[in-house]
Ligand binder design. Sequence first.
Ligand code: AMP
Length: 195
Amino acid sequence: MNLIFVGPQGSGKGTQAKIISEKLNLDHISTGDLLRNIEGDIKKKVDKYVNKGLLIPDDLMLEILKKQLSENFILDGFPRNLKQAEMLSSIIDIDKVVEIFISDKEAIKRLSGRRTCKKCGAIYNIYTNPPKKDVCDKCGGELIKRKDDNEEAIKKRLEIYHSETEPILEKYPVLKINGEQEIEKVTKDILKGLK
Ligand code: AMP
């Protein structure tokens, strides 16, 4: 089964993609994580876009993603626009898109509280899903605030989401999920919808 998870920044799309991929034994491919962990000469170029909340060029994104694509995956963060959706459909079939929706107001609130483990990538929120201490519950790693979780970049990312990413939803069968619920309830709704 090949799935795409779509949702505005802060919708819990990454958190849910992680949980569901483990439960259904699918690969979790997050383009945001791929770009944040990229090394070598290309890092400088990628950071220039990511830190401002801008999308990196489509061709470069596809080149990076292609190396990671398998069968049976959840794609988290790709496609982000119609051009990327077209590129993807020429190389692989997608069974369903899971759209996790929340309001912009909620997205802004959540992003300002988001913290990510530097070591294992676990995601917390100091308001809604805080760690027990001030390190990662799972591996003890340092919790950091993403560089693009600042007010200006957050606004830019939401703007791009509505104008460029939302239109891709018309290209796929979509399972719509209310993301303004507890994490466990969102997971339950997704699993029920995928049955
Ligand atoms: P995310 O972790 O999904 O919020 O992605 C963080 C950042 O990585 C985005 O704001 C973009 O700068 C970049 N990025 C992630 N996925 C893509 C993509 N499919 N196309 C272009 N840029 C991307």
